[in-house]
Design a binder for this molecule. Structure first.
Ligand SMILES: [Zn+2]
Length: 297
């Protein structure tokens, strides 16, 4: 009994030892490869400079107003934002900041974000570095003079900017470049209803919504727009607040996970394939009648 038991336990030990060793050997293989492949995906995103929208876990969006401040329309928007207890971001034109610093000051005081939209609204993508630097610096100075703090975000007029300029502006001024994912084309003045419905149709969590606080129909569109976005459950934050909420988008993770889940059926498929020839052999007979009705194709 003792002999057989000790023999059995010895065999058992050898089996476990072998299994442990072979698992150790195989686990060394896949783990480093996983460790390599996992960081590879985050590295692809890199340090992000430009944002059209972000992935957030919650119904948060950023409403943005460009080209102001405007003497009468921007205060109207500020009144409406205050009534809704909403925060927005104003991408201001430096020339207008110099003309209406008090409006910018009020916006900042009421919790809105003030960001750069250049000094004179040129097409930066077609300008040299010196001109772009002047546009950025003068606006930065005007905003700082008005509200006491420097902007950290910048939006190029017309969304026009080269990849090299983005990197250079980010390096020089520290700005993140903000574009948008919802554009109601309100500058074409399609009417307040069109502006409202376009924004409502396109806005999703993490959206950055573009509008202009220099066009009267845009201002007219905002009460209904805000009401209906709120009814849908959206919450309004500044762009910097939205960026701070950004999380890695899950679709990529799911896409990466799906193949590993899908693999077992794939490996199971070749096992069934040997049986397939048996199925294929009878297949020609039903397939043969098919060509005959179509003479000569
Ligand atoms: Zn603009």
């Amino acid at each position: 009994m003792l002999v057989s038991r000790s023999f059995f336990s010895c065999v058992l030990f050898l089996c476990i030892a072998h299994a442990a060793f072979s698992q150790g050997g195989t686990s060394l293989g896949p783990e480093p490869s996983r460790a390599v492949s996992q960081p590879a995906t985050p590295v692809a995103s890199g340090p992000q400079i430009t944002f059209n929208s972000v992935h957030v876990e919650g119904p948060f969006v950023a409403m943005t107003f460009d080209d102001g401040p405007h003497a009468t329309l921007t205060p109207k928007i500020l009144d409406l934002l205050a009534a809704h207890k909403m925060k927005a971001t104003f991408f201001v034109v430096g020339e207008n900041v110099a003309e209406y610093p008090d409006i910018v000051k009020r916006a900042a005081r009421e919790g809105h974000e003030i960001a750069s939209h250049s000094w004179s609204h040129p097409n930066l993508g077609k300008m040299g570095d010196d001109g772009v630097r002047r546009e950025m610096q003068k606006t930065d100075d005007a905003i700082t003079a008005a509200i006491g703090t420097r902007p950290t975000l910048m939006r190029p007029p017309y969304g026009s900017i080269t990849a090299r300029q983005k990197a250079w502006i980010h390096e020089t001024f520290g700005y993140r470049i903000i574009i948008w994912d919802v554009d109601p084309l309100d500058w074409k003045r399609p009417g307040p209803n069109a502006v409202t419905s376009r924004i409502l149709n396109e806005t999703k969590p993490g959206s950055i919504i573009l509008a202009h606080d220099i066009h009267p129909p845009t201002i007219e569109a905002m009460p209904a727009t805000f009401d209906q976005l709120e009814t849908k459950g959206f919450k309004f934050v500044t762009v910097s607040e939205l960026l701070a909420m950004a999380r890695p988008a899950p679709p990529k993770l799911r896409a990466a996970a799906t193949p590993t889940i899908a693999r077992p059926p794939v490996t199971a498929a070749p096992i069934t394939r040997p049986a397939a020839p048996a199925l294929r052999t009878p297949a020609p007979s039903p397939a043969l009648p098919a060509p005959s009705p179509t003479p000569n194709g």
